[in-house]
Write a protein that binds this ligand. Structure first.
Ligand SMILES: [Cu+2]
Length: 155
């Protein structure tokens, strides 16, 4: 028998879920996630992350704010020194859940946009509720850099 409802009243939800046998090793995607209790970025249009060489702005997100499943993001990459758009960059995007130490089985496709310095990130697959850190690694003639967006996906 499953006593998770009873346990949830007495214990943290994650313990209740684990006691119910729904834990499958590296992550229970039925566990409740309270994003108000997590440290994460708040999505806004133009949300900026600065590395040591580049600045990245999140120009749009579909859905907005980021949600469970496939997300499509448009980023604008510029140089920190001159705010010049960075074209022709090689960009690798890696979503990762630090709490569970896992990523996602879907590769993110990066497509340069029509506006200089813009790139569309397709299928940013945040498949599980909780905090995801999405690392954007960029290499161009201007240098190599990485920034991280950290979003909480509600359950
Ligand atoms: Cu997870």
């Amino acid at each position: 028998m499953c006593h998770s409802l009873f346990l949830a009243a007495l214990l943290p939800i994650s313990l209740g879920a684990a006691a119910c046998g729904t834990e499958h090793g590296h992550g229970d995607d039925t566990a409740e996630v309270n994003c108000a209790m997590e440290t994460a970025d708040t999505y806004t249009v133009g949300l900026e992350k600065q590395g040591s060489v580049f600045s990245v702005k999140l120009m749009s997100a579909t859905p907005a704010p980021p949600n469970r499943g496939d997300n499509e993001w448009v980023i604008l990459v510029t140089t920190l020194s001159g705010a010049a758009p960075v074209t022709g960059a090689t960009i690798v995007v890696t979503p990762f859940m630090p709490k569970h130490q896992h990523g996602t089985p879907v590769d993110v496709a990066v497509v340069p946009g029509t506006t200089a310095g813009e790139y569309t990130l397709k299928q940013v697959n945040l498949w599980m509720p909780g905090v995801w850190e999405t690392t954007i690694e960029m290499t161009s003639t201007a240098g190599t850099d990485a920034v991280v967006y950290r979003f909480c996906i509600p359950s």
